[in-house]
Ligand binder design. Structure first.
Ligand code: AOF
Ligand code: ZN
Length: 454
């Protein structure tokens, strides 16, 4: 592989006299993890995986998974190794798969190539694999070791792991504020708080995410694009002729107030608007007309445009003075207009504050969304935090003071006493141009820093 900087063996528990082969194992696994990271911007919904094949102390093949549907890391490394794979050791950042997915099982390829030993950093949380890959290798006479640099390997794939283990995506909240924690001036003015370097850094956060989520308040105030504006040369793993993947844009918009002329609807990529489910919201009965739409490309629900005949009488007549049917009909009309503008509409049942964010996130996980970036205002960011749905905060702080009349970072009602505070662990802190970037997670440090490399 070209273009990679030298391997730095991550520091572990000090070992006064580490055997040479154990050091070699760590070096090769570190390399496999580094290779896997080349897929940071391209593999979703698949995990980022790297593989190194070593024979008699010499690296004879390397590979990393680039795209779902494309070859996995192991067959690429095996092809590079050729006959040298016989009797060799394969270092893989994730347990080799043993199932037929879009590609055949990697365990079969490793066995057929005569690999003698396989070292994996972590087992595959995919229930279709989950240890069976290692079992199959052992049954085929291969020596198997697991757990080497496991924490480092897990950091590669927080979204894939959480989706497989808990049916939820990994959620990052990104916010930009002044040093005194304000996201807008008292006048409401908010652009731009951070400088160009921090705004570019956010582009890398977007590029690694499967979805970007915002609220209708931010959308109405800023008309944001929520797209990735980097070029293929900015992102490792992308060929010059390849398009940069646009994450799914998700707008939390209970009453469908998103204007069909919103900028994000005109951009490449898909937009999903999550609204309050009119049925669950008590607006409606068993009337099939109450189904809104999810857009032809998202299709989890029957679409209004397909269900309804053009001149079918509508319930507006029943309820002229703004009662539930009129409101429902107004929602339907807005849904149809937004759908015509290219959006998918997803009805979500109500939660403690507005629509139920956990249900929405579970739905996104079913769509194979691994990492979600929330770029929203204090209300949505606060709701997501208080619902326990946020895994990581990425906070950009500009060296300004905006005054105590400005808006704060999170709307967190009910925190009154010191004991109510939400405790964070700062995992990474660095200067990006003139601004600071703080990456924080809950509790002890287990998660990776995000954002652009360096
Ligand atoms: C590996 N090596 O490089 C990757 C693995 O549809 P498929 O065939 O691409 O299979 C996807 C699943 O395979 C994915 O959910 C995960 O369990 C595993 N990914 N496994 O041995 C790889 N990318
Ligand atoms: Zn595989």
């Amino acid at each position: 592989m070209t273009g990679l900087s030298p391997i730095i063996v991550p520091a572990g528990t000090p070992d006064p006299d580490p055997p040479r082969d154990r050091i070699a194992d760590r070096v090769h696994m570190a390399r496999a993890i580094r290779l896997a990271a080349q897929g940071l911007y391209t593999t979703e919904p698949n995990p980022r995986v790297g593989c190194v094949i070593v024979k008699d102390g010499v690296v004879v093949g390397e590979g990393w998974h680039r795209r779902a549907g494309g070859p996995h890391a192991e067959p690429i490394a095996l092809a590079a190794a050729g006959d040298a794979a016989r009797g060799a050791t394969a270092y893989v950042s994730l347990e080799p798969c043993c199932h037929h997915g879009r590609t055949p099982p990697c365990t079969d390829a490793l066995l057929a190539a005569g690999v003698a030993r396989v070292v994996v950093a972590m087992t595959d949380p995919n229930p279709l694999v989950a240890g069976s890959g290692l079992d199959r290798l052992r049954a085929g006479g291969v020596a198997v070791d697991q757990g080497l640099l496991e924490a480092e390997a897990r950091r590669l794939n927080p979204g894939f792991i959480k989706r497989m283990e808990r049916g939820l995506p990994y959620v990052r909240v990104k916010l930009a504020a002044s040093l005194d924690g304000r996201t807008a001036m008292a006048s409401g003015e908010s652009q731009w708080i951070t400088a160009a370097a921090a705004r570019r850094d956010v582009q890398y956060l977007r590029a690694r995410s499967s979805a970007i989520l915002t609220g209708v308040g931010t959308l109405l105030a800023d008309d944001p694009s929520l797209n990735v504006r980097l070029s293929p040369t900015d992102l490792p793993g992308l060929g010059l002729d390849e398009a940069v993947r646009q994450p799914l844009r998700v707008v939390v918009d209970s009453r469908l107030r998103t204007p069909p002329t919103s900028r994000l609807l005109g951009l490449p990529g898909q937009t999903l608007i999550a609204c309050l489910d009119p049925e669950a919201d008590g607006l409606s009965s068993d009337n099939p007309e109450t189904h809104l739409t999810a857009g032809p490309h998202l299709t989890p629900f029957p679409t209004a445009s397909r269900d309804r005949e053009p001149d079918q009488p509508i319930s507006r007549e029943l309820d002229r003075n703004g009662g539930p049917h009129a409101r429902l009909e107004a929602m339907r009309e807005r849904a149809l207009r937004l759908e015509a503008a290219g959006a998918g509409i997803l009805p979500v049942p109500p939660g403690p504050r507005g629509l139920d964010l956990e249900t929405l996130l579970r739905y996104l996980a079913r769509m194979e969304i691994n990492e979600v970036l929330i770029e929203a205002g204090a209300t949505l960011a606060g709701s997501a935090l208080q619902a326990g749905l946020v895994d990581e905060l990425v906070l950009y702080l500009a060296p300004h003071l905006m005054g105590d009349g400005g808006l704060g970072l999170f709307h967190l009602p009910g925190l009154e006493r010191m004991g109510d505070r939400l405790a964070l662990h700062v995992q990474d802190l660095r200067k990006i141009g003139p601004d600071l970037r703080i990456t924080a997670v809950w509790g002890p440090c287990v998660l990776p820093p995000s954002g652009s490399p360096g």
